[in-house]
Design a protein around this ligand. Sequence first.
Ligand code: EPZ
Length: 415
Amino acid sequence: MPRLSLEGGHILIGTVKASGAKNAALPLLAATILMDGECLLSNVPDLHDINTMIKMLNALNVRAEYGPNNQIKITNTKKVRHIAPYDLVTAMRASFFVAGPLLAKTGFAKVPLPGGCSIGSRPIDLHLKGFKALGAKVSIEHGFVELQCKQLIGTRFYMDFPSVGATENIMMAATLAQGQTIIENVAQEPEITDLGHFLIAAGASITGLGTSTITINGTKTLTGTHHRVIPDRIEAGTLLIAGAITKGDVTVFDAIPEHNEPLLQKLKECGLGLEIFPDRVRVFYQGQPTAVDIETLPFPGFPTDMQAQMMSLMTLAKGTSIITESIFENRFMHADELMRMGAKIKLNNRSALVTGVPMLSGAEVKITDLRAGAALILAGLAAEGITTVHGLKHLRRGYDNLPEKLQSLGAKILG
Ligand code: EPZ
């Protein structure tokens, strides 16, 4: 299994660019199924998951290909296939984003059940409830979801939970429904707003983006357009914590501060220095951070995708931090590996009690999921001695050249 060794104790100083957001680019790519003609997405991150989605689009007969400088050109054809290949959907849950666009565009979709992953069972009941509300016949047979509806009809739909994926899937489907759809209690993550802007640029009528209620007036067709993917707030946050945990001074540019408000507030509460500009954020060390409590919540609450990275920082803070993971049922797997590096953590269901220690010690650790991997690398940057991280494939799914970016800031990566 690919691995990475790094020597801790090197202060990270400098400036680094955030890549485009993985969790924006994936639904944006799926949305191109809805559009006639050609789309051009720019600032697309170079990730394994993006590759998987490109393979998915090509398997559906939507021609997608990498262009120069992080661009992807997508050309829709008249003969979109309805069946999403099993191996691609199980390789990446986000492939399920093709369900709503396929249903709306072709009247039929056959997509494998995505299944769970290491952080939770990851159900799709809210997606299916939304498709049903739009008039689709939904059946689950032999591990596949089958969706059928000649013409979706606008409706009013209340989301039991502000699910990011379900909000995106239902919003995409509703753009080609007949009449008006009002979705209440939607997720408000910036990636959803970015998707909404792309759909509007293609001719969709959507209001309420960034609020808890989105209204979509269906239209007959959408036309391909250009769109720049927003910066990745989770990558930016990870790089900022890399600066903080190594007692350094790091500026991340092409980052949107408003997208990271909850994290920046917590870093400030810890006593870290912050400088905020319209397109960049600087974090600098001002002494041992003070422990703060974190609860992960839907946006604009503290993002679950930053929980693991924040835990790494808290293992070296002054005092005790209570970290509550309210979004996923099993997202503390990085805690065991951090304890192998000398961290003091007590787990109790969805809460972790993290008591700061003076120093972590480098160790061999194993990555279980994308953000846990980032957290272990952050811990390794601060630890005394060498840390070897096994399971890099998880990291490459969602971070665009993270080791190289850290190295450019002064990290000692041993290969
Ligand atoms: C998206 O996943 C992100 N992935 C996740 O990022 C992120 O952690 C998550 O949103 C929460 O912010 C992408 O955008 C590709 P959810 P998603 O539906 O859409 C429950 C990363 O590391 N739920 O908001 O799957 C679910 O079980 C990844 O980049 C239902 O019960 O998240 C979970 O407890 C990890 N029924 C909660 O909602 C449903 O139908 C949040 O899930 C759907 C979800």
